[in-house]
Design a protein around this ligand. Structure first.
Ligand code: NAP
Length: 243
């Protein structure tokens, strides 16, 4: 059975990705940090459908905790077949109001955490000579978002990193792709008022906010052999909000 580690799978998009990949037959490692109850509920739901899943608490801003998680998965399951580097935190506000620690927290979770998780996954995948890595960026990483400059920097970094890593790992049969969501209605947008959300939706050509399942569908396709000739790409799931 193939194993998939999904970082930040307790809520939102990561949760939808975990559920969708379980249906594809992956054994699912549900990484979480604070939302233990939600992670355990998801795990129980996946198991009740007959699939294999377990939760794993690890802070994606801690290289030591990331390494402990990937070591654990290698030891227990033998292989790491799919990494979905999804965990991230938002950071909304003027750059001049961002403290040093706020900037460091966003970059260490949203960029360094992704890089570290992919590095640890790649070590296992290189020895297996197979594997698949999917990173989750954001449309703001493509075009930059006002009052989200630090988050945009991290997400832009994820895109550049994913392209570079795709070139590096392709000779070993390991694919790396990036999914870049637009406006998806999850907790990460809790700072937006209903009026802000309505204004954003009014600019989306397809006329609605995205769902976590919209993003999960793209991840499922990239995880599958049906996309076996696709690597180094950014798949935007944004209803046409940026084209
Ligand atoms: P969300 O609802 O806020 O969920 C974030 C998830 O990340 C939670 O499961 C959270 O776990 C986890 N997480 C945060 N910090 C972590 C850490 N240090 N270690 C481990 N887990 C951590 O966000 P979302 O909307 O699902 O976002 C998922 C991904 O999509 C992110 O990369 C985000 O940047 C990207 N994205 C989202 C949107 C959108 O509109 N929603 C748009 C573009 C891109 P705990 O609760 O357990 O701490």
């Amino acid at each position: 059975m193939k194993t998939a580690i999904i970082s930040g799978a307790s809520r939102g998009i990561g949760k939808a990705i975990a559920s969708a990949l379980a249906k594809q037959g992956y054994a699912i490692i549900i990484n979480y940090l604070n939302s233990e109850d939600q992670a355990e509920l998801l795990c129980a739901k996946i198991r009740s459908s007959g699939a294999v899943a377990q939760t794993y608490k690890a802070d994606m801003s801690s290289p030591d905790e990331i390494k402990a998680m990937t070591d654990y998965v290698k030891e227990c399951y033998g292989t790491i077949d799919l990494i979905v580097a999804n965990a991230a935190i938002g950071s909304y506000g003027l750059l001049i109001d961002h403290s040093d620690s706020n900037i460091a927290q966003v970059i260490s979770t949203d960029l360094i955490g992704v890089i570290t998780l992919c590095r640890e996954g790649a070590k296992a995948m290189l020895s297996q000579k197979s594997g698949n890595i999917i990173t989750i960026s954001s449309m703001w990483g493509e075009v930059g978002g006002s009052c989200e400059s630090v988050y945009s920097a991290a997400k832009g970094g994820v895109i550049a990193f994913s392209k570079a890593l795709a070139k590096e790992l392709a000779p070993n049969g390991i694919r790396v792709n990036c999914v870049s969501p637009g406006f998806i209605d999850t907790d990460i947008n809790a700072n937006l008022s209903d009026a802000d959300k309505a204004a954003l939706v009014s600019e989306i050509p397809l006329g609605r906010a995205g769902t976590p399942e919209d993003v999960a569908d793209a991840v499922v396709w990239l995880s599958d052999d049906k996309s076996s000739y696709i690597t180094g790409q950014v798949i935007s799931v944004n209803g046409g909000l940026i084209i």
